[in-house]
Design a protein around this ligand. Sequence first.
Ligand code: ADP
Ligand code: MG
Length: 434
Amino acid sequence: MAATNSAALLRASDICKTYQTPDHIGRLVLDHVNFALRDGEIVAILGKSGSGKSTFLRILAGLIPSSEGVVEYRGQPVRDPAQGVAMVFQSFALFPWLTVLGNVELGLEAQGFSAAERRKRAVDAIDLIGLDGFENAYPKELSGGMRQRVGFARALVVNPDILLLDEPFSALDVLTAETLRNDLVDLWSERRIPTKGILLVSHHIEEAVEMADRILIFGSDPGRINAEITVPMPRPRDWDAPQFRQIVDQVYTLLTTVPGRDGRRGAKPEPIGLGYRLPDAPVQQLSGLVDRLAEAPFNGHADLPHLADEDGLAVDELFPLIEALQLLGLGHVSGGDIDLTAAGRHYAEADMQERKQIFADAVMKHIPLAAHIRRVLDERPGHRAPASRFLRELEDHLSEEEAERVFDTLINWGRHAEIFAYDIDDEVLSLENF
Ligand code: ADP
Ligand code: MG
């Protein structure tokens, strides 16, 4: 692909988004995001779940309004779904009663083409994406990978100037995803599609490094662009090339660095807030990971991509655990590597009772929500409090669903560490039998 020139196809200036909450205070999910997609480039966005990536894409596409800021497509403000901007989602709702051809033609609805023209364009898009021969098949006859190809064909049928891809390969198995990704990169590199710019949300680091010219790292609460990495490699890119691995390491580091634990050894970690979005990291998995890290071949130190490979762990499974180890002061990430801290090593060597104690100390010291709950229970005459009390507090910071997830993590940690007891039927926390 030719070098990018500086013309912005799509520009987002100071985008903020607040979603309404039941208490009408509103929750800020995007905070002054500035971004320009230039002619000729593929940009990837990586970030934790809930960091506002999909919201940002929807705003760019004109599907939902921003609360503040403007989006411009070729210099024109975007208010409604912009012609020329097409989106592909993780999974597509295909109409089961329509054939592949019928489903793809839907992409052209409301664009004023004649039936014959619609048909011709749909057939072309189907050929392009490698579904020829399946024009008259129904969705139920197709594999997941082929359905996703129908989704791509529906986006490509409008000859989009810009493609916004929201984790389009995430629901597919590894090999199917790789094939479809390669096909898309080929279409792009060989200029067989008229598309001038692609913005891809991904949760797969190698995928982003393979495809993108630039990678944006989103931070959460509120969502914003925390870092940007350029990938100055020609395509096709070899996953094993030293430069590729080095960029992967760099991205790992940026994604796994917890605020205030930014790799400066000896730096005093900044405390997290009460409403911090604790990762989904049950203690059983955490202790498994500490054991794994302590053993050969790692002996307390691992390259994160290597660890993910070695254990067949998806990034989505590994990241929450890595984040939790850092939050709890058991692990330390820098340069794409994780080290067990002194506390982490101590934990690895300890017996079960001692492990509980180390874990309890770490939770009480580093997780303000745990300390807060314990304090409330200590102070109350009956040493009991309903879960709803704490859930309400969390909902000042998080959506209802996320508050519940965070609370589940905390309950898992707190019960294990015997910081409090929890009655799952009554949903009551207490210090019973302590
Ligand atoms: P990502 O794609 O990075 O996982 P999203 O953009 O889907 O993040 O969501 C960002 C935050 O906004 C999340 O906390 C999510 O719960 C919240 N959110 C998303 N859509 C809505 C909505 N329609 N109403 C209220 N909150 C929402
Ligand atoms: Mg999303």
